[in-house]
Design a protein around this ligand. Structure first.
Ligand SMILES: [Zn+2]
Length: 164
C-alpha cells in the first residue's frame, strides 16, 4: 500500500468513525481505489457481520435462558406464596382454637402465664387465673373431665368436678 492509498484508507476510517460513512461505503470506496483492497475489506466486513450475527445469536440465547429462569422463578414464587397463604390460614385457625381453649381454662390467651413480660397478664395468666368462659368450658373441658372416672358427672356450680 503506497502513501496515497494509506492516506485514503485513514481518511475513510476517520469518516467511518465519525459516522459519516457506513461500512458498505468504506468497502465501496476501497474497492474503487484498488480492487484488491475492496476484496479484502469486503471479506473482513463479512467476517465482522458474521461475528456480530454470532454475538446476536448468543445474546438471544442468553435472553431466552434468562426468560426461562425468570419464568421458573415466577412459578417458584407463586408456589411459595400459595404455601405461605396456607400456613397463614393454618396459624390463624390454630390461634383461634388456642384462644378458645385458653378461655375455657381461664388462662391468658397471650402467654398462658409463661411470659413475665406479657402485656395482658405479666406472667400471672396460668390456667385457672381467670374465670373460665362457661361456653368454652362446656364445649372443651367438661367432655374430657367426664371421661375420667373420678369426675362428678353432675357437679353443681362452685363444686369441684373432680372428686377429692
Ligand atoms: Zn399472658
Amino acid at each position: 500500500m503506497d502513501d496515497i492509498l494509506a492516506e485514503q484508507a485513514a481518511d475513510l476510517l476517520q469518516r467511518h468513525a465519525r459516522g459519516d460513512l457506513d461500512r458498505e461505503g468504506v468497502v465501496e470506496k476501497l474497492a474503487s481505489s484498488d480492487p484488491r483492497l475492496g476484496l479484502l475489506a469486503g471479506l473482513l466486513s463479512r467476517q465482522s457481520v458474521e461475528s456480530e450475527t454470532e454475538t446476536v445469536t448468543d445474546l438471544q440465547a442468553q435472553l431466552a435462558n434468562a426468560n426461562q429462569l425468570a419464568a421458573e422463578a415466577g412459578q417458584l414464587a407463586e408456589g411459595l406464596r400459595v404455601e405461605f397463604d396456607g400456613l397463614v390460614q393454618d396459624v390463624g385457625g390454630l390461634r383461634a382454637r388456642l384462644d378458645d381453649l385458653a378461655a375455657a381454662l381461664g388462662a391468658c390467651p397471650g402467654c398462658w402465664g409463661d411470659d413475665s413480660s406479657c402485656g395482658w397478664c405479666r406472667g400471672r395468666g396460668a390456667p385457672g387465673a381467670l374465670p373460665p368462659d362457661p361456653d368454652a368450658f362446656r364445649r372443651l373441658v367438661r367432655p374430657a373431665l367426664q371421661r375420667r372416672a373420678d369426675v362428678r358427672p353432675y357437679a353443681q356450680p362452685g363444686e369441684s368436678v373432680i372428686y377429692d
